[in-house]
Design a protein around this ligand. Structure first.
Ligand SMILES: [Fe+2]
Length: 508
């Protein structure tokens, strides 16, 4: 049994511009290079990347595909219509079947959400703000209905045929609200609009159960609905406690009837990096990541339900973590480094999960002339210039990631007293920490790396997982492990350099 898991496609409406340009006119609607380089995902390349993923799935003769949320740019009808055109083509021409769940970018609770984006046409010049809000104060704003973010009821209706309602030709389908399928009831909490839950269980292949959990919980803040995308599973378990009972019941039935059970939701079920401090398992993440991870209490509750394999998106990274018998596979996005998806093979024993990286994505550089024009007209050395001189899509994502590390991740995650040393060899910095100075008296060659390189390695490893580790020099990884062990051998890591070493080692 084989299955493809595709997370965070974030399809941008390249050929429709959310209603700004006419579909099929030959025009393209592009996000700007400045927006692209500042974002944790690339936009204009999403069409080429999604096609490359689907072509690879077809080449591998895989039929069933899970879309693990954030399939759209920001839940706009224009983006979802573009996505569905692609899904329909692959259903018709190649027999693919898609099973979807929602991410925090696909729907916004009981009400629609206004969206706006700066966009240009192919020449890259004269950006316009395309908005769904007729009251937008922007000068020369272009108002289009296709830009508004869908409500959850809209999204359930729009994506119904992708597993949200019972698909034709499946052996079994049910929801938490129905006994063994059929009843299309999606409400909880007295059917309040914010209680809609699009979770379902489907058996697309004999013996393979996909438990697809809707983990979008909403709350009202400052007059509008917000999704609980940080520590999402904490909020899911708080607001949808019946899900744990349902999971446990599904696990019991799967065990009893010999089904292979794989669970999916948009959000991590475990912290994506953990370590042991003073005998206790703790999350090992930078502050921005830490607030996005579930608590270990939620993680353990999910593990206790009997769920063993869970696949998550949201963080746009590849990885595998395990706690109390629950394994969380982080599925990368096609539109952020490392750029790929996951193939699951479940024939006997534990499922095998292969992270497939996109080396190429034909047509990914359609926006490059526009990017160049924008960089030229900006008149200054802008972040992103390096990303335009790459030979392939993988190189583009690497350059994009490198720019983000320097401009966003490092300044947000580390104090100035650490960042002022980016060009300092690590060996020199270790002399300031007596215990580590003693440990590394032998000065291994990798200790000659500058702090900036080590931090860059941290972020690349955090995103790319085992494949990125495998691509780095062995002696460097051995040094990072040794450094982590030396830090962990002492009291709690308190200096920024010790903290960094601990976080890095937790990924290895
Ligand atoms: Fe995403």
């Amino acid at each position: 049994m084989k299955l493809a898991v595709v997370a965070d496609v974030h399809l941008h409406d390249l050929y429709g511009g959310y209603g700004w340009i006419e579909q099929g006119s030959g025009e393209i609607a592009l996000r700007t290079v400045q927006d692209t380089m500042a974002s944790t995902r690339v936009f204009n390349e999403s069409h080429a990347a999604f096609h490359a993923v689907l072509e690879d799935i077809v080449r591998r003769k895989i039929r069933d595909v899970v879309l693990l949320g954030d399939y759209s740019d920001d839940g706009q009808p224009g983006a979802v219509a573009a996505l569905k055109r692609i899904l329909s083509a692959y259903e018709t021409e190649h027999g693919l079947r898609f099973f979807a769940t929602f991410g925090n970018h696909d729907c916004f609770g009981p009400e629609q959400r206004h969206q706006d984006k700066w966009m240009t046409k192919a020449d890259g010049l004269a950006p316009r703000l395309v908005t769904s809000d007729p009251r937008s104060p922007a000068i020369n704003a272009v108002v289009r209905d296709g830009m508004i973010g869908m409500s959850t009821p809209d999204a359930i209706a729009d994506m119904a045929r992708y597993g949200i309602t019972r698909p034709e030709g499946v052996v079994h389908w049910e929801t938490p609200f129905s006994d063994h399928g059929g009843v299309q009831q999606r409400g909880c909490e007295d059917h309040a609009a914010d209680g809609l839950d699009a979770s379902y269980l489907v058996e697309p292949q004999d013996g393979l159960w996909l438990l697809i959990l809707d983990a979008n919980v909403f709350y009202r803040l400052d007059g509008r609905w917000q999704v609980r995308s940080n520590a999402a599973w904490d909020h899911v378990l708080d607001r949808r406690p019946y899900l744990l009972d349902w999971i446990a019941d599904v696990v019991e039935r799967a065990d009893r009837t010999g089904k292979t059970l794989l669970a999916f939701s948009h959000y991590p079920a475990l912290p994506l990096a953990m370590t042991v401090e003073r005998g206790l398992t703790v999350a090992a993440c930078t502050p921005d990541w830490l607030k996005r991870m579930p608590s270990l209490q939620s993680s353990r509750a999910l593990a206790e339900s009997g769920m063993r394999w869970h696949f998550s998106g949201h963080m746009h990274v590849a990885g595998r973590v395990e706690l109390d018998g629950l394994i969380n596979i982080a599925v990368p996005s096609p539109v952020a480094y490392p750029g790929g998806y996951v193939v699951v093979t479940a024939d006997s024993g534990d499922p095998a999960c292969e992270c497939v990286r996109l080396e190429s994505a034909p047509g990914f550089d359609a926006a490059f002339p526009a990017y160049s024009a924008q960089l030229r007209s900006s008149g200054k050395a802008a972040v992103g210039t390096e990303a335009l001189s790459v030979p392939d899509y993988q190189g583009f994502l690497q350059a994009h990631q490198k720019g983000l590390i320097a401009s966003k991740y490092m300044p947000q995650d580390w104090p100035p007293e650490l960042l002022k040393n980016l060009d300092t060899p690590l060996a020199q910095m270790l002399t300031d920490v007596p215990r580590l100075a003693q440990e590394f008296k032998d000065r291994p060659p990798a200790a000659g790396l500058c702090l900036g390189q080590v931090l860059e390695d941290y972020y690349f490893i955090r995103a790319g997982g085992s494949q990125t580790i495998g691509a780095l020099p062995e002696d460097r990884i051995a040094f990072y492990r040794r450094l982590g062990s030396a830090v962990n051998a002492g009291d709690e890591a308190c200096l920024p350099i010790e903290r960094m070493a601990m976080l890095l080692a937790a990924l290895l």
